[in-house]
Design a protein around this ligand. Structure first.
Ligand code: SF4
Ligand code: SF4
Ligand code: SF4
Length: 344
């Protein structure tokens, strides 16, 4: 089991030796049990780092934010930035490097293995505890131990309250790393991969259509799912409103180049447009960190959509997102011997 002191020591040493300019990790949160992301840049801040089952966040998002901030400030850092990365966080770093968003030397990966468990699903935990809100949570082998507001502790089998993505996770170890802590349990899947998708697909086409209509009708288009996703890094997105003054002299080409493809209003049709566009943009890129689904305020099961794209990529092309930096990226590569005639 990973000792928090090992993570803190690694971060402290790197900062003290001037090997990295900052470390992205988790600290004790300000809203009860949940940890929160933090960027530290002084060795003494390393003592505030934490590692527990509430480290849900995919921290590669903060690498993207850092890169954008550097670009907007027209700065080119000379030192890498370190990230504490779970298996899924490390896979998204790999996708970002495949897409040349970063170079490998730009980042230093302190890998942390989820070993036999993963992160907590707060909604499952709330049900298990009858709504009582714990003040902290810890790993303990295949269990979680939560501390309740009265100071007592409760042990729960992790499988009962673990996030679905972790139950289906085959790669709880960050293969791409500079240093890695914890045991490598690659290949572990506590539930069959794509189990929820397989259950969903047992329904008829009409049932599935009705299901998605009901789900997308509830979407309030808050875009939290987009904001939390490290793969949604475009500065301009097709769903955003674009300010443009139209004058009599504005040409059709100018208008076309600034067209807003999807209206801001959250009608069912536009919600479908948003979610289908996003799903297509994530094909072969989503690494199933589950963050979009976790942050959705109305509990839309976005993993089902993303998993569908992931499974198609796997079955049709043998493609696994985030598997290797040097490997091809799904949507920007082709094979000369592709059986489809369109390629010629
Ligand atoms: S999906 Fe896998 S790597 Fe990510 S938190 Fe869950 S178990 Fe860990
Ligand atoms: S987070 Fe949920 S409600 Fe918000 S835009 Fe995404 S799917 Fe819709
Ligand atoms: S689409 Fe969702 S699950 Fe996939 S990488 Fe983005 S936040 Fe993670």
């Amino acid at each position: 089991m990973i000792k928090i002191q090992d993570i803190r020591d690694a971060a402290r040493d790197m900062l003290a030796k001037g090997e990295v300019r900052a470390v992205i990790g988790w600290q004790r949160g300000s809203r009860g049990m949940a940890a929160e992301p933090v960027v530290i840049n002084a060795p003494e801040q390393a003592d505030g780092l934490v590692w527990d089952p509430t480290c849900y966040h995919n921290l590669s998002l903060y690498l993207v934010n850092d890169k954008k901030a550097q670009a907007h400030a027209k700065q080119k850092p000379t030192l890498p930035i370190a990230i504490i990365a779970k298996g899924c966080d490390a896979r998204s770093c790999v996708v970002l490097m495949q897409e040349n968003y970063f170079r490998r030397d730009d980042i230093y990966i302190i890998g942390v293995s989820c070993e036999g468990t993963g992160v907590i699903d707060e909604r499952k935990l709330a049900v298990a505890l009858g709504g009582v809100k714990p003040t902290s949570a810890a790993f303990d082998g295949d269990d979680y131990v939560v501390t309740l507001p009265d100071g007592s502790e409760k042990r729960l089998p992790a499988r009962e309250v673990m996030a679905d993505r972790c139950l289906e996770c085959r790669e709880p170890f960050p293969k791409e790393n500079n240093i890695a802590l914890g045991e490598d349990k690659t290949g572990r899947a506590l539930e069959a991969p794509f189990a929820a998708l397989a259950r969903f697909e047992q329904q008829s086409e009409a049932e599935r259509w009705n299901y998605w209509q009901r789900q997308f009708d509830r979407c309030i288009r808050c875009f939290a799912c987009r904001s939390v996703c490290p793969m949604c890094f475009c500065d301009e997105c097709v769903v955003d409103s674009i300010e443009m003054k139209v004058a009599p002299t504005t040409s059709a080409e100018e208008k076309a180049s600034r067209v807003r493809w999807i209206e801001r209003s959250n009608t069912l049709a536009d919600n479908f447009g948003y979610h289908m566009t996003r799903a297509m943009h994530l094909a072969g890129r989503c690494i199933d960190c589950g963050e979009c689904e976790r942050v959705c305020p109305v509990n839309i099961p976005l993993r089902l959509l993303n998993n569908k794209m992931e499974r198609e990529a796997r079955e049709q092309f043998g493609y696994e997102p985030g598997a290797s930096i040097g490997g091809p990226s799904l949507v920007s590569s082709f094979r000369d011997d592709d059986p489809g005639t369109w390629i010629r």
